[in-house]
Design a protein around this ligand. Structure first.
Ligand SMILES: NC(=O)c1ccc[n+]([C@@H]2O[C@H](COP(=O)([O-])OP(=O)(O)OC[C@H]3O[C@@H](n4cnc5c(N)ncnc54)[C@H](OP(=O)(O)O)[C@@H]3O)[C@@H](O)[C@H]2O)c1
Length: 255
């Protein structure tokens, strides 16, 4: 059995804990969090603590806290020589404190406590300082996911940046679509088949081959009319920026 302690009790730690509870060969022996409030989301069967001095002895410690706090927090851990990894896409491995062996265990997915996640299909990207630790992380990764890959900090930084574009930015565009529909008495749900088909089409080819719409066709009159309909200056700027980027990509004239 590989003993794992989760350090942090946010969205990622919550989903990791759930996945590890069902994983063969992994024992989630404890969850630490600085405040006790978040423990209410975790099953009663898991040992919890909010005291650093009570952290149990484990084979691997997974820090899953806010990016900016990872380095500082790793320095406060009251043990040394252990494998300590973090779950961030954008933080390199190196900032982890050198008193412990460093690693990364990055699950590429969008996690919220109130949404189910299929961990088996979630790619996990790992990094470690030596082969033995890499193999341990591989075992942990493969216990919950069918997709576990080695990746350098430099590659992971780019991967995470790509994820910000295809997930966080796209979701903000859904939000604008939500506002435009619901404020005009149109249910947002009516857009969902379009949203799903846009994502599904990526199974058939690369994104640039799937682009459609007024900017791709350079339909200037349609674009000018849509710009006029938008009330918020910020939305107008986003519309123009994205339309120009699309038109440029396909070699047509700017808006
Ligand atoms: N959410 C995602 O979709 C996702 C996906 C992949 C990777 N990640 C990465 O996973 C990590 C955790 O993300 P999350 O979304 O799970 O975060 P989250 O839900 O916002 O939870 C943040 C956690 O960090 C703890 N924390 C914040 N500052 C701290 C400090 N100074 N010292 C100790 N603990 C501190 C919080 O403790 P309190 O409860 O006490 O405030 C909480 O447990 C991040 O590195 C993130 O980049 C996130």
């Amino acid at each position: 059995m590989i003993k794992v302690v989760l350090l942090g009790a946010g969205n990622v730690a919550f989903h990791l804990a759930k996945a590890f509870l069902h994983a063969k060969d992994i024992q989630i022996i404890q969850v630490y969090n600085r405040s006790e409030d978040a423990f209410k989301f975790f099953p009663d069967t898991i040992n919890i603590t909010s005291s650093l001095s009570e952290i149990l002895d484990a084979d691997c410690y997974i820090i899953s806290i806010s990016d900016d706090s990872i380095a500082g927090f790793s320095a406060t851990l009251p043990f040394s020589g252990k494998l300590v990894v973090h779950t961030s896409g954008s933080v390199a491995m190196n900032p982890l404190n050198s008193k412990n062996r460093k690693g990364v265990f990055y699950p590429l997915q969008t996690f919220s406590k109130n949404t189910e996640v299929n961990f088996a299909e979630t790619p996990v990207f790992i990094e470690a300082e030596n082969e033995t630790d890499l193999q341990l992380l591989q075992k942990i990764g493969r216990s919950i996911s069918e997709k576990c890959y080695n990746i350098t900090s430099e590659q992971r930084e780019k991967l995470h940046l790509a994820a910000v574009f295809v997930c966080n930015f796209v979701n903000h565009l859904y939000h604008i679509g939500y506002e435009l529909t619901t404020k005009n008495d149109i249910p947002f749900d009516l857009l969902k088949p379009l949203i799903k088909e846009t994502a599904r089409k990526l199974d058939d080819g690369i994104p640039s081959a799937m682009q459609t719409g007024p900017a791709k066709r350079n339909d200037k009159k349609t674009m000018a009319k849509q710009l006029e309909i938008l009330h918020l200056q910020e939305h107008k700027e986003i519309y123009s920026l994205l339309s120009n980027a699309i038109t440029n990509q396909y070699g047509r004239k700017k808006l």
